[in-house]
Design a binder for this molecule. Sequence first.
Ligand code: G3P
Length: 215
Amino acid sequence: MKLYIDSAVIEQVREIASWGILSGVTTNPSLIAKAGGDFRDTIVQICDLVQGPVSAEVTTETAEEMFRDGMEFSSWDPAVVVKLPTTIEGLKACSSLAGKGIAVNMTLCFSPNQALLCARAGAAYVSPFIGRLEDINQDGMGIIADIDEIFSKHKIKTEIIAASIRTAYHVTQAALAGADIATIPHSLFSKLIAHPLTDSGLVQFMADWRASQQG
Ligand code: G3P
């Protein structure tokens, strides 16, 4: 499973990219609004920082508007992936953009049927939202596993991005459930690498080494 950061904050993307583990970035209108910068500048700067796809989401409502905006976003950088909502208008725009060879990430996906329709519309990626399903007492990871099973059974190449990841355990669960990618908030990355036994083991190694050097 590849790891993306779910952030529109340049410094956060730069920091995690420097770890050498990052395969891409997702943004959404809420994250762009929170980060506060110009939308296009933010996306272009992120594309310069990361070797991999960078999702930029439309904020228009009709298929024609989404197609127009998607065409524009994809002209900003070859790494841009156009992010569209999982609606009928989104499906129409996805099909049109995919017909032009443009990679689309279908977001706000909450069911295997939605994911299947997104795949049939030519989406390169589909993003089931784990945390938001759990917020309403539904099994987010079960949706990932079901989509993975359907895509495997029917040889569908659309990649599954586990989104709305809220905990370190979600990352493990998403990998086990068959997600191709997990898009993870900045605050979780340090929790993925931290382990008290790594820390105490390293302290011991260093102490033993220093003692052996003191003759
Ligand atoms: O990638 C989608 C993600 O940003 C949504 O996360 O925590 O707002 O449900 P959340």
